[in-house]
Design a protein around this ligand. Structure first.
Ligand code: F6P
Length: 319
């Protein structure tokens, strides 16, 4: 293999740039040319492809977002779209591809692999919702952004003796809510994986108030529903002064933490190593601090594991 490509797809995540840098530099270090494909799979179809040199990925290890841009591409989901993409890859002489993104993005990679074009995935999403990896790129940074925000909310919550409902990202996976709730000492964490009825939640809030608690923080994963609806229900069940904060896309931005930069560097380098060894259709993962690889088709049949121990611990500490 003499030329490989790299693209980012789906929602951006802090650490994607560090991963692009690692793919480019590991590739060049091993003697191959590396091409950046812009705007995700859309760039594959339109041929928005450019050779990247060592200097092109300088000064990006610390930057959030993705210098390659990202997009969701309906055309690539069609056979015709994929055929054009393969033609473009051939035109540039690219023989292997690294896709940085979430599980939706990996499906595209699988399709390319099935068409005889080797693809390796790197899990990049703040949600941490990919099976068979302990962490995805961007999760740690997003978590720290959330914690910073909730620490600030706590100051005003204490001053006004209010109950705050904070909505964080995470559609099918409540990891951002679970980890930030535990790290921030939230009184209640509402997760898509663990439905708890609001009467029980209100009872717990009341117990806290009776004990002299002046405020509470309730962290809600967006997959549970709107924080505004939760606030309305709490108000209807108990006369509490509540406020809502929806953190939104602020969670997706910002300079990656050291953890995400190191993870991105390790995963990027491993992806290149695998491609050059003739591997395909695999996703790089971190398990027990070891960088490993899993068959994408196999892992797409699984669900990201829910950490029951962490949930129990959060409950134990928020009595
Ligand atoms: O998958 C990452 C994610 O940030 C989710 O947590 C969120 O639901 C979604 O993307 C938002 O997507 P968009 O930026 O397209 O609104």
């Amino acid at each position: 293999m003499k030329k490989i490509g790299v693209l980012t797809s789906g929602g951006d995540a802090p650490g994607m740039n560090a991963a692009i840098r690692a793919v480019v530099r590991s590739g060049i270090y091993r003697g191959v040319e590396v091409y950046g494909i812009y705007h995700g799979y859309k760039g594959l179809i339109t041929g928005n492809i450019k050779k990247l040199d060592v200097a092109d990925v300088g000064d990006i290890v610390q930057r959030g977002g993705t210098i390659l841009y990202t997009a969701r591409c309906e055309e690539f989901k069609t056979e015709e779209g994929r055929a054009i993409a393969i033609q473009q890859l051939k035109k540039f002489g690219i023989e292997g591809l690294v896709v940085i993104g979430g599980d939706g993005s990996f499906m595209g990679g699988v399709k390319l692999t099935q068409l005889g074009f080797p693809t390796i995935g790197i899990p990049g999403t703040i949600d941490n919702d990919i099976p068979e990896t302990d962490f995805t790129l961007g999760f740690d940074t997003a978590l720290n952004t959330i914690i910073d925000a909730i620490d600030k909310i706590r100051d005003t919550a204490t001053s006004h003796e209010r109950q705050f409902i904070v909505e964080v990202m995470g559609r099918g996976c409540g990891d951002l809510a679970l980890w930030s709730g535990l790290a921030d000492g939230a009184e209640t964490i509402m997760l898509p994986e663990k439905k708890e009825d609001l009467d029980t939640i209100v009872e717990r809030l009341n117990r806290g108030i009776e004990r002299g608690k002046k405020h509470s923080i309730i962290v809600v994963a967006e997959g549970v529903g709107s924080a505004y609806d939760v606030a309305k229900e709490i108000k209807s069940k108990a006369n509490m002064d509540t406020r809502v904060t929806v953190l939104g896309h602020v969670q997706r931005g910002g300079s990656p933490t050291a953890f995400d930069r190191v993870l991105a560097s390790r995963m990027g380098s491993k992806a290149v190593e695998l491609l050059l060894n003739g591997d395909k259709g695999k996703m790089i993962a971190i398990q027990n601090n070891k960088i490993v690889a899993h068959d994408i088709l196999d892992l797409l049949t699984k669900k990201h594991g829910f950490d029951e121990n962490l949930y129990t611990l959060a409950k134990e500490l928020s009595i």
